[in-house]
Design a protein around this ligand. Sequence first.
Ligand code: MLT
Length: 402
Amino acid sequence: MVQRNKNFAKLQAGYLFPEINRRKNEFMANNPQADIISLGIGNTTEPLQPSVVKALKDAADSMATVEGYTGYGDEQGMTALREKIAEKMYSGGLVDADEVFVSDGAKCDTGRLQMLFGEDVTIAVQDPSYPVYVDSSVIMGQTGEYNKHNDQFDNIVYMKCTAENGFFPTLEKADIIYFCSPNNPTGAVATKEQLTQLVNFAKQNGSIIIFDAAYAEFISDPDLPKSIYEIEGAKEVAIEVCSFSKPFGYTGVRLGWTIVPKALKFDDGSSVHGDWNRIMTTIFNGASNIIQTATINVLNDQGMAEMRELVDYYMENARIIKSALDEYGFTTYGGKNAPYIWVKIESMDSWQAFSYILDNAHIVTTPGAGFGPAGEGYVRFSAFGHRDNVIEATKRMAKLKI
Ligand code: MLT
């Protein structure tokens, strides 16, 4: 018999979002008449924009011809797409096209990045944080056991992000520092000064930052940085993971990218870019060519304007949710430059609040504790719903007593 990978036994429950789905399905089985509104997982709901649909159809038509058909492509992504990402998603030559690695999404790259560092590194995460950082680290074998008394894994540094510290943590030493801004789940966005502090800290301590910028396009405040590379010196210390999922509605289409700067080196002077290239060429065969071709043709003025419309739609949802919850007396955070609203719950713990809201308002949220111990006492509302559902959800929330 084959021995089970011992790291799986360390994981606590199923992955957060399938677990929420399981609880939702259980509720629906017991309450078949209930009209559930899902504001849990950040899953897009609005249709693809016209430019995207046309470009996808054209790309598929092209594949139906001998001249237009393509099979395997470059594992790093189509050159034209890498160039377009560097030009359109980063202003002023912040990244070079050959530093862009196109992928099937930020979550997948976050998992693959574990392979780049192996099991011997220490990691630090913002607490609360997107659960993929911690769970993939456990699976890779970077952590010790889970401690029930503090809900933390040994050998992971949890950097608390609380209302008291403005959701920017006291930075702590680790080889790899995960940092997400705009933050999932708190909706906080780090300022230029804060990111400068982070970059300088990484430099002083020889750390590498994995900067998750999946929600960058939701920033409307021109003073807030969208990319870590807006900070001087960041290319020597940071990898940036990003995604078309949320701003372009590609959650099911699947396309993302990771920037690995050529200036980033390991302690022996070897190139991180080179090793990432080795991983991608070895275990990844490139994102779908239809999606890549289409996206090359979407990254123009018209396509970017349509993307902005979609982002504005979801951010109007965020405004509606936040202002309603504020009016009902909740303390809320985020929702201004991020599509998540982080809501303080005083009267019960976050899984109880999740159940209470599901039972009494038939709304699915995400319990804060699912993002780490410092998420306890909060629930997260996603702004990625249809407008009618969002408005209906705010009406139902008015009647709750929590
Ligand atoms: C979330 O809801 O936290 C994320 O959007 C899910 C994901 O992107 O994997």
